[in-house]
Ligand binder design. Structure first.
Ligand code: FEO
Ligand code: CA
Ligand code: CA
Length: 527
């Protein structure tokens, strides 16, 4: 598909768009016995972002929007968002947005891998990575500042050095970042963007019997024209949002990184919680050697049955010394190391957040073939210290028809300490058993204190085929930034699109970032 040029007039018309406010006064699916904190919405199939009464949204930026005079454009399938105020002004700052993949077939990546041309791939490599955009809120509405000096892209062509004790597959830098799913913000105001399903782009290698073999072709097919070692992807990438400078942090291990949630140990060292979003893969924790750097430290993996963090450090474990030649090799093959030390297989760990009031660590386990509704796991560190190596773990909230949701994915705490989470029933499974009751994916609110603690209420419903991702609250709690990712992904064919959101009519659906605000948000979250 050819990209549309957006001229200044069209851009101003776009910016003048009226916020859509939809009433949600319908019976909810939830079977809670406690009164809801607001009128929740029912599961919906509408081709719109349906919001509970008292909320509306502004469209901030959409796939293909021109960001600057260099011609850089907003990428495809926006996911994680992070907001960085400028000069301490909560209404003016930089929004980082991840761009995950180009899988939604009829739009960004229309041809099957074997039919792709070099031109297709040259276009696709610009669609992933991340965008940095200046946004401000001068009159109660957030707007993107077009051609701001901060607006820039990182994509699958950006040169990104490794922070590593040794070269990675013979190189000191990777070409590009891709599969950018969720992430985190460090206390020193950089952001972490996580390379999740890296194998989709250039395939993967295996090291069985000590040999490196190309074991898996990709689904997207970039290796047909571009020679890139798969070991260069599957890392956490640290980015300075003010300069765009980036590096890949090998100390945090290589796997399908969903997100990276940063906190501090009681002694001040930085700690990062991370999930590997693949069936029966693991939950990890990195304890940095220093307070304000993630370059060095110890990577641990969770034994949630025994309540222990198991170090993946060759100098501490003879089994690891026997399996790997160097610590860098171990980090490249972190999944194998995790299994060698006895890590607990998990139900696809997605996002992780720490409860600001209690210190508990909440982990979305999105689903498993035997547990299709998923759950949220609660992990309590020994003495409530993120630097601890022992913990207790148990289910915090189980998905299923009785609780009105399935397949939890992104989590966020609001400024008052209540939990919000998004669901991600895969687009090919939406509306099918056992997911029919949930209809389109949604956004849920969970009070974490007082009446109804721990019960989920649906706040928003996504357009068909989409998931809502990357929730981020503004510092004052009056805006919730949210990505609407892959609308229409479940379309049966290019001429039978399930969604035309956000433009409506016969338009192609466009992944976009919205800002949700309104009296209900003020009531629930404003500080
Ligand atoms: Fe990209 Fe695990 O969601
Ligand atoms: Ca996710
Ligand atoms: Ca997901």
């Amino acid at each position: 598909m050819k990209k549309k040029m957006i001229n200044r007039r069209a851009f101003l018309q776009f910016m003048g768009r009226t916020a859509v406010v939809t009433a949600g006064a319908r019976p909810a699916l939830s079977l809670a016995t406690t009164p809801p904190p607001f009128l929740p919405i029912a599961p919906a199939t509408d081709d719109e972002v349906i919001l509970a009464e008292g909320l509306g949204y502004d469209l901030l930026v959409s796939w293909g929007d021109l960001l600057n005079s260099k011609g850089e454009r907003f990428g495809f399938n926006n996911d994680y968002t992070a907001f960085f105020p400028l000069d301490g002004n909560p209404g003016d700052g930089l929004l980082w947005v991840n761009h995950e993949e180009v899988l939604s077939g009829y739009f960004a990546s229309p041809r099957a891998p074997a039919q792709k041309t070099r031109a297709d791939i040259d276009r696709e490599v610009l669609e992933v990575g991340g965008s940095i955009v200046r946004i401000n809120n001068a009159d109660g509405r957030w707007r993107l500042v077009q051609d701001d000096r901060y607006n820039r892209r990182l994509d699958a062509t950006t040169n990104i050095p490794f922070i590593s004790a040794e070269p990675v597959a013979g190189a000191d830098a990777a070409i590009g970042t891709l599969g950018n799913c969720a992430g985190g913000v460090t206390p020193w105001q950089t952001l972490l963007t996580c390379e999740e399903n890296f194998h989709l782009f250039y395939g993967d290698v295996s090291f069985a019997s000590g040999q490196r073999v190309h074991e898996q072709d990709s689904i997207i097919g970039w290796e047909r024209y571009l020679e890139r070692p798969p070991e260069h992807y599957g890392w956490v990438v640290e980015v300075d949002p003010f300069t765009g400078a980036a590096h890949k942090l090998t100390a945090l291990g290589r796997f399908a990184h969903e997100g990276a949630t940063v906190t501090r140990a009681r002694d001040g060292r930085a700690v990062v919680y991370m999930g590997d979003d693949k069936t029966d893969e693991h939950i990890y924790k990195f304890i940095a050697a220093e307070p304000d750097s993630l370059h060095n430290g110890v990577l641990y993996v969770a034994d949630t049955h025994g309540g222990r963090w198991l170090p993946l450090a060759m100098d501490q474990d003879k089994r690891l010394q026997a399996a790997f030649k160097t610590q860098t090799e171990l980090l490249i093959r972190a999944r194998e190391a995790a299994k060698l030390v006895g890590a607990t297989p998990q139900d696809r760990p997605e996002d992780i957040e720490t409860d600001p009031l209690t210190g508990a660590v909440l982990i979305a386990l999105t689903k498993h073939p035997q547990r299709p509704y998923g759950s949220i796991l609660k992990l309590e560190e020994q003495d409530n210290d993120p630097g601890a190596t022992t913990f207790r773990a148990g289910t915090f909230l189980a998905g299923g028809p009785h609780n009105g949701f399935a397949c939890p994915d992104n989590l966020v705490f609001d400024p008052r300490g209540n939990l919000w989470f998004c669901t991600d029933v895969s687009s090919h499974e939406l509306y099918k058993p056992p997911y029919e009751p949930f209809k389109n994916n949604g956004l849920f609110y969970v009070p974490m204190s007082g009446t109804g603690t721990g019960f989920p209420w649906q706040v928003a419903s996504a357009p068909p085929g989409a998931e809502l991702t990357g929730p981020t609250f503004s510092a004052d709690g009056r805006t919730l930034f949210l990505s609407v990712q892959h609308p229409g992904e479940d379309s049966p064919s290019a001429d039978k699109l399930s969604s035309h959101w956000p433009d409506g009519g016969t338009a192609l659906p466009k992944p976009s970032v919205i800002g949700i605000a309104g009296p209900l948000l003020d009531e629930l979250t404003a500080v």
